[in-house]
Design a protein around this ligand. Sequence first.
Ligand code: UDP
Ligand code: MG
Length: 337
Amino acid sequence: MFNDSKNSNISGIISTPPEARENLSLISIVIPLYNEREGLDALFKAISSIQNEISIPMEVVCIDDGSFDNTYEALCLRPEPYIRAFKFSRNFGKEAALSAGLDMCRGDVVIPIDADLQEPPELILEMIEEWKKGYDVVFAVRKSRKHDSYAKQLTAGLFYKLFNFISESKIPENSGDFRLMDKAVVDAIKKMPERNRFMKGLLTWPGFSSTRIYFDRPERFVGESKWSPIKLLGLAANGLISFSTIPLRVALICGILTSSMAFIFAVYVVVRHLLYGDPVQGYASLMTAIAFFAGMQLLALGALGEYVGRVYIETKMRPLYIISKVHEKSEEKNDAL
Ligand code: UDP
Ligand code: MG
């Protein structure tokens, strides 16, 4: 249960009760796609083989994040009846595509998965078994990052440690967005309206009971990663800033410490001048101190600016994404939502 601030009613978000878990009526798989046309055959072959194994209805919500390789058109031509395709009017980013997928899906359980088969769809069966045991979230965690470069392993490890240290909601190390969520968890996520969407954090924030399963993450089988090191750095910074105000507190603490030291030093300089009448000296230490304090001030201003910038973006209340085309069960709608 949580307090809905818009009206004073307490609205509940209740996860699926244990007895209802045996009669799972719809599974939603959510896939963000950005120029993934080449890999669609393999992707849907893998998904269809799961559907053949479990006789539970399934919908695959595909969000084409403004691809320019005709991914959406290829999706519309596919024979699988469970595909629901939505096309963004431009590239809004994976985070927006995932958010749209969560908004559109209707299943009892929801599983976001990448289009490149780096997250093996066959794990979905294992996830459903865990959900039936009563867990609301089943994280798929990578056993190792042996395919990644040392630099990526190191920076990813550092990021998870730092994030979990400064943020109140913890994300399991080496878990991506691939996880199973009960629809109650998705409903909770949909209550979060912020524009700045760090999905790993948002997906974990609601809490609920969770467990983990482990897998080996293969390399991308076709195409290449859309995340450059710079983009990843931006994502990491965004995650840290959106989920914690600790950088501001660090700036404040540094400010308090340095100004206290500066005060003590000033007393020392004045007393020494009064007692010994020192001639002006210490050019090197003066310059060092000026450069240091100027740097500290810019750092603190920069940290402040990042938060103010986010407040500015939030106040504009722009939509997270715009859907320009919809394809569901062969009926085509082209109205912009
Ligand atoms: N993706 C997206 N929008 C983007 C970038 C990526 O929807 O702007 C999708 C992409 O098509 C894939 C998933 O997000 O399904 C993960 O992308 P990628 O494989 O490039 O990321 P990595 O595995 O390298 O983290
Ligand atoms: Mg990938």
